[in-house]
Design a protein around this ligand. Structure first.
Ligand SMILES: Nc1ncnc2c1ncn2[C@@H]1O[C@H](COP(=O)(O)OP(=O)(O)OP(=O)(O)O)[C@@H](O)[C@H]1O
Ligand SMILES: C[C@@](O)(CCOP(=O)(O)O)CC(=O)O
Length: 481
């Protein structure tokens, strides 16, 4: 049977939280190896769409599709149980697709019905409960022993998410899978225009479903993978977001077109060779919208002070980003020297890397770049703590500061911080060589002040992609074929 499978990565915003809401500033977003999968196969019911989310206790949604004046309408049999993200994507993607392919082809596929699976890698959801119920310690060995895409034994509403951006990865993989299934795109992995089309539709659906136009970095990561991000002007989507219940399809079709005047900027990025990112979730959770509200209100009330702070953070972040890029260039120039320098630094605490600069040895530029990333990122953290104190939003609260400082002490660690909006959700740690990973994980496992749960994910710079079911370990077992 023909199956369409599309995956999209999660995200970690390393630098630029809050700043990227403003087009003046850029952020560095990293794509994760944890991916969200959408699988589509023909249904066996007249115009019925069944959505399966087999990881949850409330696993199915059913819709009936009707098309009226080029607009797709969905009716559901269970009015009290809705999934806004899925419904928004289905309704609008199908309307857009019906406008771009022949009506005969569209009607044929709709009439058959669609069977759709939406499935996220284990790291999107906290696995603490599973481990606890099986009496397993909260560490990476236990996580590796879990079945891929395992059941979370709770409902979608109650599940603890880890901050990797499940809604953006799901939205993007679902949009892309629908466009592939209806053959509205034919080379979506490689064709930039087709990828841009998927970006524009996903960005629109995600904003509409979440009820606001955010910076869109999470959808951008799901589409393009790791990159330096400058947001699009919110005015682009305003005409179709404001009139939520009465969207003009002609306007929408114009806006999502790949040639429309979107002004977002993407500069692709990968961590330099020998770098590794690890992540942990922290057992508390934060309310991002309320933190964003506080920070933006403070900035509005204190524009001069805020601008100084914003510009300081931006210039420190720019040095971090440029140095990371330059390190990759250094590797290309002389791989042996690079690897040797990294090996030296990986055994030493970052604050001591400056000592290496005084010695007569090769690899000086690499030591310089590493030390500069280490110190500039410490300055970013200080500014985020200032932002926390002044706006009263716990971006890097003292509990996280203590944990991050302990991680930063580990030899080979280049930067440890709170991703995105910060708060009590998660932390990331980027280091060089292999040894720092076990040592940082030891710090986490033995941390008493709060419970720190590692994730298995690491950096993967690739955006969404069409997949072959057989190549994704464990995915086939989730389907009722
Ligand atoms: N496996 C899934 N199946 C169906 N819907 C899902 C799934 N995972 C996420 N969703 C959708 O995404 C929504 C969660 O979006 P929300 O914006 O609250 O989280 P998020 O910010 O993406 O979270 P996080 O960054 O922690 O992953 C859910 O309400 C649901 O609509
Ligand atoms: C605070 C903000 O800049 C980043 C939020 O990131 P996260 O969802 O906490 O990873 C908001 C946004 O960019 O939409």
């Amino acid at each position: 049977m023909s199956l369409t499978v599309v995956s999209a990565p999660g995200k970690v915003l390393l630098t630029g939280g809050y700043l990227i809401l403003d087009r003046e500033y850029k952020g560095l977003v990293i794509g994760t190896s944890s991916r969200f999968y959408t699988i589509i196969q023909p249904g066996d019911n007249l115009s019925k769409i069944i959505i399966h989310a087999p990881q949850f206790n409330d696993p199915n949604w059913e819709y009936k599709i009707t098309i009226k004046d080029g607009l797709c309408e969905l009716s559901t049999f269970e009015k009290d149980r809705c999934n806004t993200f899925i419904e928004t994507v289905l309704k609008h993607s199908l309307s857009i697709i019906s406008n771009r392919i022949s009506s005969q082809k569209f009607d044929e596929l709709v009439l058959e019905g669609l069977n759709i699976y939406v499935i996220g890698s284990n790291d999107f959801y906290s696995q603490r409960e599973q481990l606890k119920n099986s009496n397993l310690p909260l560490n990476t060995t236990s996580l590796r022993n879990l079945t891929p895409f395992c059941k979370v034994h709770t409902t979608l509403k109650q599940v603890h998410k880890t901050g990797l951006g499940s809604s953006a990865a799901m939205t993007t993989s679902l949009v892309a899978a629908l466009f592939v299934y209806f053959k509205c795109v034919d080379n979506v992995n490689d064709d930039i225009k087709e990828r841009t089309l998927i970006h524009n539709v996903s960005q629109f659906c995600h904003c509409l479903a979440q009820g606001k136009v955010g910076s869109g970095f999470d959808v951008s990561a799901a589409v393009w993978g790791s990159h330096v991000y400058k947001r699009f002007s919110p005015t682009i989507l305003e005409p179709v977001i404001k009139s939520e219940n009465n969207i003009d399809l002609t306007v929408l079709n114009k806006i999502i077109d790949p040639d429309y005047k979107w002004d977002n900027q993407i500069k692709s990025f990968t961590l330099p060779p020998e770098f590794k990112m690890i992540l942990a979730e922290v057992d508390s959770g934060s309310n991002t919208p309320s933190m964003v509200g506080k920070v933006l209100a403070w900035r509005k009330a204190n524009p001069e002070q805020a601008n100084i702070l914003w510009n300081t953070i931006a210039s420190n972040c720019a040095i971090v980003i440029n140095n990371l890029i330059e390190l990759t260039n250094e590797y290309e120039k002389d791989k042996t020297e690079y690897i040797e320098a990294i090996r030296t630094c990986s055994c030493v605490n970052g604050s001591m890397w400056s000592n290496l600069l005084d010695q007569e040895r090769s690899g000086k530029r690499i030591f310089e770049l590493l030390y500069s990333i280490f110190t500039e990122y410490q300055k970013v953290r200080q500014s985020l703590r200032d932002m926390s104190n002044m706006s009263d939003a716990p971006i890097e609260p003292p509990m996280q500061t203590r944990l991050l400082d302990a991680c930063t002490e580990v030899p080979g660690v280049v930067m440890a911080g709170v991703p995105g909006a910060g708060g009590y959700d998660a932390i990331f740690c980027i280091g060089i060589g292999d040894k720092f990973v076990t040592q940082v994980e030891n710090v986490w496992e033995n941390w008493n002040e709060m419970s720190v749960g590692p994730l298995l994910t690491n950096e993967s710079s690739e955006g969404f992609r069409k997949e072959n079911l057989e190549n994704v370990l464990g995915l086939k077992n989730c389907l009722e074929l």
